[in-house]
Design a binder for this molecule. Structure first.
Ligand SMILES: Nc1nc2c(ncn2[C@@H]2O[C@H](COP(=O)(O)OP(=O)(O)OP(=O)(O)O)[C@@H](O)[C@H]2O)c(=O)[nH]1
Ligand SMILES: [Mg+2]
Length: 366
């Protein structure tokens, strides 16, 4: 029997092991559009079934791109560039040309200058060793910037194949669904979800007789917050709407808690503003540094939430990273959660995040 792939996630359909990827009951094979049980449950009940894939399995699949010719479209989540940019992309995709796309523009504050963000993306990619043909900003979900990007893809692919790659959850499948819907009117062709690791294999979307566009499984980056929180908390910390910056004026020896998932201590420096960019659903608490440990100990999961109980059970302890901020207009980035912009340098802070989650500094995006 020829291999049949699930139309929703790209897994090879099998009818023997319900715990494995691509399982569908034998009766489903008679239908015209075959989707696996996992996609069915994701679509209709928003429930995800874990499948026994290793992180390396996906890397191996992507590595096939280096042996073929095609245009690589790397999507990043503009809200989590540091977490979602794949620095070792060249190893996976070889010498193929790359277009860099910042997705989820709809969650950035409206005041953001697109030209500046593009510049910033291009420079950041270069600093991370990736030369790109072009940079585009889109909102896959809101169908913004898609036409311009499609034109660029058509120009750069030179009648060849296109591979849409990126970290899990950056919106690859949503982007391809928008492309499909714009050209054929068919909605939600591929399965998407807010759980990382939705797409499990290459999904072939024919462009013409000779070439195809491929959706691919996301690269799993273990330092992203998404891997440490419960499904409910993941939904809460992922911004769905334009993020409203919240400004706090702090004196030294004051602390901000981002729910109970991260903490920022202002150790030393002149009174300064801290502009917080996090999901609007996340509550920020200000307290005195000397009281912070106790507040956390007594109120994590209650006043300081998320984390909820499910997250607390698997969350590694918070770990502090002391950072000397020299430059003006610096972002302190909590990978997968958001960032705090500090307008003036010359201060010292300690950023606490669950052990394993990355904290970094960058030139301010906004
Ligand atoms: N706000 C916003 N959310 C988006 C956008 N595009 C995708 N999302 C959301 O991001 C989440 C992940 O989307 P997917 O399309 O499944 O991401 P993916 O890159 O295919 O993920 P994997 O298959 O796991 O690698 C979903 O909850 C989407 O609704 C966008 O333009 N704006
Ligand atoms: Mg996908």
């Amino acid at each position: 029997m020829a291999e049949i792939q699930c139309q929703g996630c790209g897994a090879v359909i099998q009818t023997t092991n319900p715990e494995d990827a691509g399982y569908a009951p034998a009766s489903a094979l008679e239908r015209e559009d075959i989707i696996c049980k996992r996609c069915f449950r994701l679509k209709h009940y928003n429930e995800v079934q874990d499948v026994p894939f290793q992180d390396d399995d996906f890397l191996e699949m992507l590595n096939q791109i280096s042996d073929t010719k095609g245009l690589v479209v790397q999507l990043v989540d503009i809200f989590d560039f540091n977490g979602s940019f794949i620095s070792g992309l060249k190893r996976l995709t070889g010498n193929n040309p790359v277009i860099l796309v910042g997705n989820k523009m709809d969650v950035l504050p409206k005041s953001v200058n697109h030209g500046k963000v593009k510049h910033w993306l291009k420079r950041s990619a270069k600093e991370n060793g990736l030369e790109v043909e072009g940079v585009y900003l889109i909102s896959a979900e809101k169908n913004q910037g898609i036409q311009q990007l499609s034109q660029a893809i058509d120009q750069y692919r030179e009648d060849g194949d296109v591979y849409v790659v990126g970290t899990t959850n950056v919106g690859k499948s949503t982007f391809i669904n928008t492309l499909i819907s714009n050209t054929s009117g068919v909605k939600d062709a591929i399965t998407t979800s807010y759980f990382p690791g939705t797409t499990l294999g290459f999904i072939n979307i024919p462009l013409d007789e000779k070439s195809s566009l491929y959706d691919t499984p996301g690269v799993i980056q273990r330092h992203q917050m998404a891997h440490y929180v419960s499904d409910k908390d993941l939904k809460l910390i992922t911004p769905r709407k334009e993020v409203k910056p919240k400004v706090y004026q702090l004196n030294e020896e004051q602390t901000l808690f981002v729910g109970g998932l991260a903490r920022l201590d202002f150790e030393a420096g002149e009174r300064s503003s801290f502009v917080c960019h996090f999901s609007n659903e996340l509550t920020i608490h200000r307290t005195k540094l000397e009281k912070a440990d106790e507040l956390y100990k007594n109120h994590v999961g209650e006043l300081l939430s998320p984390p909820d109980q499910d997250t607390i059970e698997k969350l590694p302890p918070l770990k502090g990273h002391t950072l000397k901020i020299k430059e003006d207009k610096t972002d302190i980035v909590f990978s997968g959660l958001g960032w705090v912009t500090v307008p003036e340098g010359g201060i010292t802070v300690t950023a606490h995040v669950p052990e394993g989650v990355k904290v970094s500094l960058r030139e301010s995006l906004i």
